[in-house]
Design a binder for this molecule. Structure first.
Ligand code: BGC
Length: 266
């Protein structure tokens, strides 16, 4: 299989659905062998792997709760054992658990931070360890690539979701700080900030007509994003075509971060 990621080995967390699934499929189409991580939905992950195999690609599934240190290390060990190494990590797994400030429990705060931020830290750390162990691969410009799935809410405050917005703001500075640390080794660390993408995380909004209409007012480009909009950006960012891109966030949001409420206003 040829393509932008021919010969590369990718690990995508939260790949059984939504943006992670789209990234896994797109990377496989671009020629990468893919470790499809999931936490609870083995069946969906198997379906993603089967789709990749049916298309002539290589995939395995690997269960891990990304907030669990031992589980993340075991996941990397399994991926390396099966694929030989890992060149690309898409730290994508993420959750929302919304509440107003007074109703938000400590458990809700901690769980969102644990999955979204600690999970990315654990995956990034394991990735750098593997990149260093393996050393430079012939034909690859970088020693490795880490894509951190963030959100427009790394910069847009979001009432009733202080846990989620804090996790995404944290991801941004973790990504930049790590990029600064490992750039001399030719490891690239990049953020992707999706806007409103049609997945199960925001299903209650886009399935409800009034809520969808209100959401569209926040998107100058006039449509919801699709998981493939993000996956295409991820493939490019992970490829040698983006070899000079590190320590920055690519917003894939139809202009949501342009503050459209200020058009003819303010
Ligand atoms: C959230 C979605 C939301 C989007 C835009 C994402 O990070 O997970 O629920 O629709 O940001 O607000």
């Amino acid at each position: 299989m040829t393509g932008l990621l021919a010969g590369q080995k990718a690990l995508v967390t939260g790949a059984s659905s939504g943006i992670g699934r789209a990234c896994a499929l797109a990377m496989a189409r671009a020629g990468a062998a893919v470790a499809v991580n999931y936490n609870s939905s083995a069946e969906n992950a198997e379906r993603v792997a089967a789709e990749i195999a049916a298309d002539g690609g290589e995939a395995l599934t690997v269960r891990a709760d990304v907030s669990d240190e031992g589980a993340v290390d075991a996941m990397f060990a399994k991926a390396v054992d099966s694929l030989g190494t890992v060149d690309i990590v898409v730290a994508n797994a993420g959750i929302q658990s919304d509440s107003g400030i007074v109703e938000m429990t400590l458990e809700q705060w901690q769980r969102v931070l644990a999955v979204n931020l600690q999970g990315q830290f654990l995956c990034a750390r394991a990735a750098v360890r593997e990149f260093r162990r393996r050393g430079m691969r012939p034909g690859c410009k970088a020693l490795g690539k880490i894509l951190c799935m963030s959100s427009v809410h790394e910069v847009i405050p979001w009432a009733r979701r202080v846990n989620y917005a804090a996790s995404k703001g944290g991801i941004m500075l973790m990504m930049k700080s790590l990029a600064q640390e490992v750039a001399p080794e030719r490891i690239r660390v990049v953020g992707i900030a999706p806007g409103a993408i049609r997945t199960s995380i925001n299903e209650s909004v886009w399935k409800d007509e009034a809520a969808r209409h209100a959401l569209l007012q926040l998107i100058p480009y006039g449509r919801l994003g699709e998981p493939d909009d993000i996956a295409k950006a991820a493939v490019w960012l992970a490829s040698d075509e983006a070899d000079y891109v590190t320590g920055t966030t690519l917003y894939v949001d139809g202009g949501m971060t342009l503050y459209p409420a200020f058009r003819d206003n303010g």
